[in-house]
Design a protein around this ligand. Structure first.
Ligand code: HEC
Ligand code: HEC
Length: 349
């Protein structure tokens, strides 16, 4: 993690830059709302902006698509059904597994959406390797929106408003799927969550952490930081954290077909984690207390269990009850209230 001091000076340089843009006049000011800005404490983005720069028109179009059930087979399910802003774009506890058209149950817990421009691989098993391809999976998945990409494009071309919106965003007369996918990505790359209490603390923006939160932060770095590392709280590797001994969902092995990957899932980011219960790919754990208890005393052995959770003498991570509570107190500082209330991500057409 960056020290507060380092982060602060990077931010200072960034704000100078921003200031010089703002003084260019009203037009410059307006653009800032929809400009991709890397938070000072974040790594470089991985998204290919050179092929798809964010514009206000493209962003708004992506937003409209995200909230539109027209994209599903029977017009009943939009992306926002399973990814709700108030829950950091995860799904609620009443849906441990996502619910698609005809109330069909999916096989995994819908993950929160944030900081997607910084990820290289998507889904619990890393099965999608570019953000532009994610919507196709959701639309065509028969347990989610169950519609073909070709039908979606037809519906959009016949719609009274979409053709004009695509014309404004991309200058095209006919809608094709690559433009639709680019609009989606322009919306999704802007979903940056970097204004939690923790962020403002590390960037020296006048926020302080309480003694308990600081103790929790140090414990977190020591006990959890090897996997949930850096400012995104993930090293983005695939690991088995001992949630089960047998895996009906083989996880990473579904992609690599390698037995040594059975039961491995992508280390998830922990940003906004207090909002995104239930936890784990299979929604096995309902609360953060259960998660901490899992790491302390519930880790189950299997041939692919991560070595960090098995030192030969005992399974799991040694933690007292008090330490577990302190780590939870720290995790609560990762909730970004600005992000979950940001009007740019709301369904205003
Ligand atoms: C029926 C519920 C449902 C709908 C509808 C849905 N999703 Fe998802 N979404 C999920 C689930 C479940 C996953 C995890 C899939 C997996 O790991 O196999 C996911 C994963 C994702 C991810 C990957 C996040 C990450 O960090 O890896 C993105 C991005 C995403 N969805 C965006 C969308 C978009 C855009 C739409 C609309 C086109 C959409 N979703 C519609 C349930 C849904
Ligand atoms: C060996 C690597 C490793 C260590 C160490 C580790 N985790 Fe995890 N963590 C993972 C993996 C992998 C998953 C996803 C597993 C799954 O979905 O089946 C995960 C999932 C989670 C989740 C659920 C996230 C979600 O979106 O559902 C939470 C919360 C979490 N870990 C917190 C912690 C805390 C707190 C610690 C320290 C006490 C910790 N982890 C230590 C690898 C690790």
């Amino acid at each position: 993690m960056l020290s507060g001091k380092q982060a602060g000076s990077v931010l200072f340089a960034a704000s100078l830059l921003l200031f010089s843009c703002q003084s260019e006049g009203d037009e410059g000011l307006m653009d800032i709302t929809y400009r991709f800005e890397k938070p000072a404490n974040f790594p470089e983005p991985t998204y290919t902006f050179e092929n798809n720069p964010v514009t206000p028109e493209g962003f708004r179009l992506g937003r409209r698509l995200f909230f539109d059930p027209l994209l599903s087979r029977d017009g009943s399910v939009s992306c926002s059904n399973c990814h709700q802003q108030g829950l950091a774009f995860a799904d609620g506890p009443q849906h441990p597994f996502s619910v698609g058209v005809d109330n069909q149950l999916g096989i995994r817990n819908a993950p929160p959406l944030a900081n997607l421009a910084f990820k290289r691989e998507f889904f619990w098993d890393g099965g999608v390797t570019h953000l532009d391809f994610v919507p196709t999976n959701a639309i065509e998945n028969e347990l989610e929106m169950d519609e073909s990409l070709a039908n979606v494009v037809d519906k959009l071309n016949q719609h009274p408003e979409y053709p004009a919106l695509f014309k404004q965003a991309f200058g095209v007369d006919t809608i094709t799927s690559p433009y639709m996918l680019h609009a989606f990505s322009q919306f999704m790359v802007m979903m940056i969550s970097a204004n939690s209490k923790y962020d403002k603390y590390v960037r020296n923006e006048g926020e302080t952490l309480t003694d308990e939160e600081l103790k929790g932060m140090r414990l977190f770095e020591e006990k959890c930081g090897a996997c949930h590392s850096g400012e995104l709280f993930s090293d983005f590797s695939f690991r088995n954290n001992g949630i089960s001994t047998t895996f009906s969902d083989e996880g990473r092995a579904r992609i690599t077909e390698h037995p040594s990957d059975i039961g491995k899932f992508r280390v998830p980011s922990l940003r906004n984690i207090a909002r995104t219960a239930p936890y784990m790919h299979n929604a096995r754990l309902k609360t953060l207390e259960e998660v901490l208890a899992h790491y302390a005393s519930g880790v189950q052995e299997s041939s692919t269990l991560d070595p960090l959770l098995n030192d030969g003498a005992q399974l799991g991570i040694l933690m007292t009850d008090e330490e577990q509570a302190q780590i939870i107190t720290f995790l609560e500082t990762l909730t970004d209230y600005e992000f979950i209330a940001d009007e740019r991500f709301q369904n205003t057409q």
